[in-house]
Design a protein around this ligand. Structure first.
Ligand SMILES: [Zn+2]
Length: 154
């Protein structure tokens, strides 16, 4: 394994979590974690599988699901449910928020770097590790479509 990977904070968190829960330190778990942390934004299982295959790292869907569950429990991965679809995302140092259209369920990821300061300024006696923000509304496409429909009715 690459030496810079071993020094990564997410790597040591997983190592610690596996040790605490008496779970095995398999190379698959670390490779999947490393792949997840190289992905910007949210992804689904199929996309993760595709990326793993591109890196010539064959892993079963069952292993991916099991590892993702483990990483969620270790607070290294966030599970999102957008509409009826599951998506996953790295949680460490991830300052992304999600704009969700209530009409077409389209999800747009936005970076909100100043949000952490805003949140922490009001939080007392609580150590924040990560956060996830969902902002609901209507996307510009759906908004325009609704306006066109209203105009036709006139
Ligand atoms: Zn929409």
């Amino acid at each position: 394994m690459e030496s810079n990977l071993i020094e990564s904070p997410f790597f040591s968190i997983l190592k610690e979590y596996l040790k605490e829960n008496k779970l095995r330190c398999t190379p698959e778990r670390f490779k999947i974690l490393n792949m997840i942390y190289s992905i910007e934004g949210s992804f689904d299982i199929d996309t993760l599988l595709k990326y793993m295959e591109e890196k010539k790292f064959r892993v079963s869907r069952a292993t991916i699901y099991n590892t993702i569950t483990l990483l969620i429990n270790a607070n290294l991965v966030t599970h999102h449910i957008f509409g009826n679809k599951s998506r996953y995302e790295k949680s460490l140092n991830n300052e992304k928020s999600h704009l969700i259209c209530t009409k077409c369920a389209r999800v747009t990821e936005i970076t909100t770097p100043n949000l952490r300061e805003t949140i922490t300024s009001d939080i007392k006696k609580f150590h924040l590790t990560h956060y996830s923000l969902y902002i609901y509304g209507v996307c510009s496409k759906c908004h325009q479509a609704a306006r066109r429909r209203r105009q036709r009715k006139k």
